[in-house]
Ligand binder design. Structure first.
Ligand code: DX5
Ligand code: ZN
Length: 226
């Protein structure tokens, strides 16, 4: 019934002067993916990470590197991130006039393809691309910063997207949810249909981050086994 659960800790909330330490936390906790938030000070107000940092991460982990591009003109950065060692590249539908071309560009690199939408963007904007992508990233906060509160309407939206995918034989498309994910609301998000959860401040803001990662998996497996 459920797709396999994965946790993708977001290093946005980690100590940027010690990213090796952040990777070790993800290793010790057993996280599947490393979520990398790329912000350009144009699509969102914040400014973060570029391909050189992903290249360094790649040298220091075998884990799946998940690049979430919150940038305008995402087509310009597809190849640099692919070459740097990203395994999945997600872009925002609002950031491009030609989403189909961005999808094709990512596909041509051999990487997984993700498409994302802001909380206020209608699902109709990405519906036409659902048969061309591997994952849909549902933003459950306004993109730009870690540590915000989960927007409650997101749960109904995830359910709606999950139903659309099931009704259209697109179960292979994974649903990733990003923003305000905590141990206390993870079960709600998974029950609605999200199977890849991004968590930044909950993991890296904790005194015992590897235990938090483990707790996410215990939590998820308890409902996935029902
Ligand atoms: C926000 C980013 C998120 C962020 C999540 O724009 O896309 O990945 O790191 O952080 P938390 O889990 O603290 O909401
Ligand atoms: Zn993100």
């Amino acid at each position: 019934m459920y797709s396999e659960f994965k946790l993708a800790p977001s290093i946005l909330s980690a100590d940027f002067s010690n990213l090796k330490g952040a990777l070790k936390i993800c290793d010790d906790g057993g996280a599947d993916w490393i979520h990398v938030d790329v912000m350009d000070n144009q699509f969102v107000p914040n400014l973060t990470i570029g391909p050189p940092v992903v290249k360094s991460l790649r040298k220091n982990t075998k884990k799946f590197i998940d690049v979430h591009m919150m940038v305008i003109n995402p087509e310009n950065l597809v190849e640099p991130f692919a070459r740097a060692g990203a395994d999945n590249i997600t872009f925002h539908v609002e950031a491009s006039e030609k989403p189909e071309e961005v999808i094709e560009l990512i596909r041509a690199t051999g990487k997984m393809v993700g498409i994302s939408l802001k909380p206020s963007t209608s699902f109709n904007e990405i519906k036409p691309f659902m048969d061309k992508v591997d994952l849909v990233l549902v933003m459950s906060v306004e993109p730009g910063f870690g540590g915000q509160g989960y927007i409650e309407d997101s749960t109904a939206r995830i359910s709606k997207i999950k139903k659309y995918l099931n009704d259209n034989c697109l179960e292979r498309v994974q649903i990733q949810v990003d923003g305000g994910i905590k141990l206390h609301n993870a079960q709600e998000v998974i029950s609605a249909g999200g199977n890849i959860l991004v968590a930044g401040s909950e993991v890296f803001g904790s005194k015992n981050p590897n235990q938090v990662i483990k707790d996410f998996y215990t939590n998820a497996h308890s409902i996935q086994s029902i």
